[in-house]
Write a protein that binds this ligand. Structure first.
Ligand SMILES: *Cc1c(COP(=O)(O)O)cnc(C)c1O
Length: 383
């Protein structure tokens, strides 16, 4: 079968990134791999087993559906944690499979306790506390009642963790707000101690927090973007490299995205290329068509903006990005021919296009571009 494009997942890069993270957090902190958004586009089905081979057995997702995908790999896990959405009628399934669930309101807590009681089993919950993100989480004033409920239902609920999320640790402009959140979290840790409930693992840090606010590295860190070899923001990268006096990026991107040239042809001077009039050939031009378009996650905003690599040349995407195709100017790359490898993300003969560079072309965030890569693009693990 001919694929329009494919994604490579590089295991050596992943290993390198885990080593980098583990060195920062030390031996007593648990690294939980965040694989929401289909493992940031890397594909849960392929990424989780590869991470597992690198020694990671603790995973966090947004939804029950994603948790099920992890379970379906059939591997042994030390932790699968749902940080977001789970339906009432999936709670029983979660308890049965030892899936840990964030709770941020009394309703979910009561419901999961009820399901656990029916099974004669303990539900494993993470108590999310409000520290200032103002999204989900128990407010301080409700916490005493919540912890009392848990004490009274010891046989059906067990606290696996207490946690909160920061409101933009990747941007120094949020410094004041983040520090306030950290202080609140530290105070709430004391509340848990006073209420004499064992809080399990305390966790607050995402990638940016781990780097910018080392104090947020508690018993566990929830690491998404960094494990994939990408920085939460340029600012975080620069801050790390300057502070640690390193000249070379310590991370290696895990994902590459590639395709092949489908066709080439000459367009005469004075003709328009592709739909409409967005590109006028000002000389005789040679173009190559690539079977990758916005339905594949190659954003329409890359029209006349994007770059790809063919035959070692960094080349311009010209005209409008179509649903299934884009057009590349190969006028000055004579050797380009049908079947040549095209790199949308990754490296070819020492030339590189990073995910981060897409934000320069199209204002698309690292995170957004990756999660828009469709699940049906084949993922291939490389060594
Ligand atoms: C996505 C997410 C993370 C991971 O964030 P990164 O910036 O990718 O490291 C951590 N915690 C929560 C609650 C999240 O939603």
């Amino acid at each position: 079968m001919i694929e329009n494009s494919y994604i490579e997942i590089n295991k050596k890069a992943l290993k390198n990134n885990y080593e980098f993270i583990r060195n920062l957090i030390g031996a007593n902190c648990e690294l939980t791999s965040v694989v929401k958004g289909n493992a940031y586009g890397h594909g849960i089905k392929n990424f989780v087993p590869t991470a597992h081979e690198c020694g990671v057995k603790s995973f966090a997702v947004f939804s029950a559906t994603e948790a099920k995908e992890i379970l379906d790999t059939g591997l042994d896990f030390s932790r699968i944690m749902i940080m977001g959405n789970i339906d009432n009628d999936q709670l029983s399934w979660a308890v049965e499979n030892d899936i840990e669930v964030y709770v941020f309101d009394q309703l979910r807590l009561s419901n999961i306790a009820l399901q656990a009681a029916k099974q004669g089993k303990k539900a494993k919950v993470h108590i999310e506390v409000e520290t200032g993100l103002n999204r989900t989480g128990f407010n301080r004033k409700d916490l005493t009642k919540t912890l009392e409920f848990i004490r009274n239902n010891k046989d059906s609920v067990e606290i696996s963790g207490m946690c909160s999320h920061l409101a933009g640790a990747e941007n120094i402009a949020n410094y004041y707000r983040i520090n306030k959140q950290i202080k609140r979290f530290d105070n709430l840790e004391k509340v848990f101690q006073e209420q004499e409930v064992t809080a399990g693992k305390n966790h607050l840090a995402c990638s940016a927090a781990m780097l910018n606010y080392p104090k947020t590295v508690k018993d566990l860190v929830r690491i998404g973007i960094l494990q994939y070899g990408l920085w939460p923001s340029k600012e975080v990268k620069m801050a790390y490299m300057v502070k640690n006096k390193v000249m070379e990026d310590p991370l290696i991107p895990v994902l590459s995205w590639k395709s092949k040239v489908m066709s080439t042809k000459i367009v005469k001077m004075g003709e328009y290329v592709g739909y409409g009039n967005s590109l006028l050939a000002e000389t005789d031009m040679r173009i190559a068509t690539i079977p990758v378009g916005y339905s594949d996650g190659f954003a329409r905003s890359l029209s006349n903006q994007g770059k790809v690599i063919i035959a070692g040349h960094r080349l311009d995407v010209v005209g409008i990005v179509n649903m299934n195709l884009c057009i590349v100017d190969v006028t000055n790359a004579e050797e380009v021919k049908i079947g040549d490898e095209v790199v949308m993300i990754g490296e070819q003969n020492g030339t590189n296009i990073s995910v981060a560079s897409f934000s320069d072309f199209s204002n698309q965030l690292n995170y957004e571009l990756l999660t828009r890569l469709p699940n049906d693009i084949p993922r291939i693990i490389t060594k």
